[in-house]
Design a protein. Sequence first.
Lengths: 856, 168
Amino acid sequence: MPDKVEFVTIFIDGEAYQVPKGANLVDVAKFYADNDIPVFCYHPKMSPVGMCRMCLVELGNSVDRQTNDIKYNADGKPEVMWFPKLQTACTTTVTHGMAVRTDTPKVTDARDDVIEFILTSHPLDCPICDKGGECPLQNLTMRHGAGVSRFDFDNKLHLDKHVPLGELIYLDRERCIQCARCTRFCDEVVGDPVLGFHERGRSLQIVTLSDPPFDTYFSGNTTDICPVGALTTADFRFGARPWELNEVPSLDPYGPEGANISLSTRLDRDSGGVTIIKRVMPRQNEYVNEIWISDKTRFGHHHSRAENRLSKPMVRREDGTLETVSWNEALNTIAEVLKKSAGSVGAVAGPMVSNEDLWELRQLVELTGGSKLGIWPATMTGAEAVAQVGVGTGTNFKDMGKGTTIVVVASDLEEEAPIWFLRTKQARDRGAKLMLLTARPTKLDKYAACILRHHHGETLNAVNNLIGAVLSSDGFTFEESRAEGFDTVKKAKYKGDEAGYDEAAKMITGAENVVVLVGHEGLTLAQHGDVMQSAANLLILTGHVGKPNNGLIPVWPGANTQGALDLGFSAEATADALSQSVVIVAGADPVGTDPAAKAFIASADFVIALSMFDTATTAIAKVILPRQSVPERDGTFTNGERRVQRFYTAQGLIGDTRPDWKVFSQLSNLIDPAVKVRLSAAAVMAEITKNVPRYAEMSYKNLARMEKQFPDVGGDDLYYGGTAYGNHGGLGVQWPVDAEAAGKKLTLKAVKSEKTAKRKGLVAVPVRRLYDRSPEFSASQMMHQRIPSAYAQLSRKDAEKLKVVEGDDITLVFGDGKVRVTAKVDGSTPEGVVLVPVNLTDNPVPTAPMAVEVEK
Amino acid sequence: MLAEKYADKIAKIRSKYPDLRSTVMPLLYIAQEEYGGLDESSLREVAELCDLDPTEVKTIAGFYTMYWENDEKGYKKGKYWLQVCTDLPCALRGADQFFEQLLDHLGVEDGGTTEDGMFTVEHVMCLAACDKAPMLQCNFHFLENLDMEKMKAKIEEWRAEAKERENG
Ligand code: SF4
Ligand code: FES
């Protein structure tokens, strides 16, 4: 519940409760009085529609109209004027003196009748229904249904039971009770109105006509909130019964949002008697993802059991052949090499590598005398800006609304961080203002109150000019006590009079809260660092730092980029790390994803690759160690809001693998027996808490802490929020930034605007797409139709010049790299730019902007 | 393509509404008349014209009975769409017999279309002209106080009209 609200007294079944004025009666009854008013169409995350009538209650009023006080009778009970008819609780907001009765025969009868009515066109095929066992309708039928049907089975309406709404979701038309949760979710929550009701009354059915069908990144969520088994995923359909499943808390391994998930696992005969994931469900964390996850998170888990997973350590012999060896041999081989390396050791870690792994990797590299710790992809930076003015602890998009301005810089949020896209869009629906500093139109454009369009690569100037406009706006004052370095900003002489920027400046200075999300589209690493710094300056100057819902959120390229930066890794070190004579690459494929990396690593004598799959990097490695997937082990990730969160061991092991932290710890021990081998991820974290000040509070015990969340989902009363899972894994802990520390002075470091160079020729701008061909995702067969085939996007003008039309096969040539892709021509691509999605092509494309030639 | 063929009409409709989205219903009528009913491609075409997702357009076409969806019915709407009210007040004035005779005369079932694609006949709920029953609505125009005599003449008239249009 949001704070700063007025409380009123209401009476539920005779008891008085203090509840927030204007809140929804169903929510209030549940939260304050533990009274479950049954619902079907109502969902706490969507506006009420009052369609199913399941929530009927008796309502009354105890307020004296003259005095506006509650009238009490002699024995202290309120004197209630009951309204003659039952009313729907879900469309009622609480007011002072309201009285509710939920336990009278009148109410019970009404509920019984509604259930009977709904069942007249429901097949009750629970024994073969995936939802059976966790079905709101089933549960409420047990509570309110008649034991015997008055309805003749043959009179029931029989409809299609296997209607594919695209390849991911199936519709069973008979089971649908027309609650419109699914359609409202698409329309209201996501803003993709791709599901709709067709026809009326008994003929009503769910349809989709989008191309591809049910075209949204969030389709799976409809199967959770559907109160019956009408919508099921292709992934879980007939896969298992809910009561056989074990729920294990885990994390989304892909995105910087850190979405909390629950892995439903079971011992599976078909998979050789090991415990495997049968499905992925959202796990409620109101700070992070509420109860939503993207389809990538939901359906990507197949990579963890892919047939081509590496399962044994391998060593490359003199003649170049790979030989499977024991762990002992592999580790000894590496230890020997590291001992002789004389400190020329570099390490590069991918975004799915946990904090524990990173810590032990760093210990190992430092033990050998090395110091180069890089991250992959090496596209984003700005650890310092985050440490100063990252979003305040306790930040929650759910609390953002009127008075908040959300600024999105150089990012296509829907593709890069779908959960933040969803929450930003919802904050905007609640009244927050959205400002975009982007180089091309994205889906957020239609929600934006202000768009400061600029050329790719010129984002820094856009941010600086915004600062300029802020400085010259009326009434702007700067409190010198806040930060030092104000004179550097004044001296930088930013342009304050660019058209449209004064309006934008008002949206920043006039806002109570400002959050800035920074991506890296169109930016080189150095430019990105400057943009992060400048964005931090903007926040410091306007005082939007150090408190919840204010500050900076980087749209990192992966799940644990923030953790890597926290533990001393950086993108700046990557090139150096790759050029050492011994290079350890963990959970990344630099050779296969960037031509530049290939050049750097060419100088290495000995590459050690820890990987789940065969990649271009393992192809040049001298030793290959099989990695474990996230569900096979435990550990922690730190999300883009600096929330450190745990994931737990869920799935049986594939092959003979070890967690990375163990591998590194054992190597350290082989090199120097005085170094103890760590025995568990928790022990590694204990070590981190002692050595890394900002992680001092991050013990596994703290990370597992829970608090009561609103709305309450995942209990026995699943009908309320759908089948999302309650959280038993913890909410995680955010580390506080400098701006939150009392008395700590921040530093403004002005970044000079860049001279805008004359643009000539075409520039390839790498862009991120949510669904890509990285092996950690594309192992999910069911997603293949949704993964775009390799393409490059051109503006109409450029296409005309090049005589290229939509659908042509073209070759992109950058330096000595080449890729063949299909041309897409559209009005949204800026002139002079070729948008090239990363991780879609067979050959790598650059991860930073680069001059490109287009050949037919 | 509607956008070219009915450019003026569409421009006029657009001028009446604050946003594109609101023009969907009148545009659906245009599409329906042009193509003899609505099918997937015409729904997509209208969606494009109103900047909506085709799903939204389909839900509108499905909700209102004034729209004829070929995909749902399985066949096209006739050029003349005869909707006869057979509700109780009309039935008291003989509308149901009239309806049966009309079906017989044209040789179709309730809701069917004649083989030459000229007429579709169906019964509907109240059209708010009970006092002038038997009555029907043809392409959204009322014909009232009918009997079979008048109806047959009208049908001949429509046939002639259609032929004339075809020839010239
Ligand atoms: S499919 Fe499920 S969520 Fe959608 S309307 Fe039917 S019952 Fe409700
Ligand atoms: S009418 Fe209230 S829950 Fe459906």
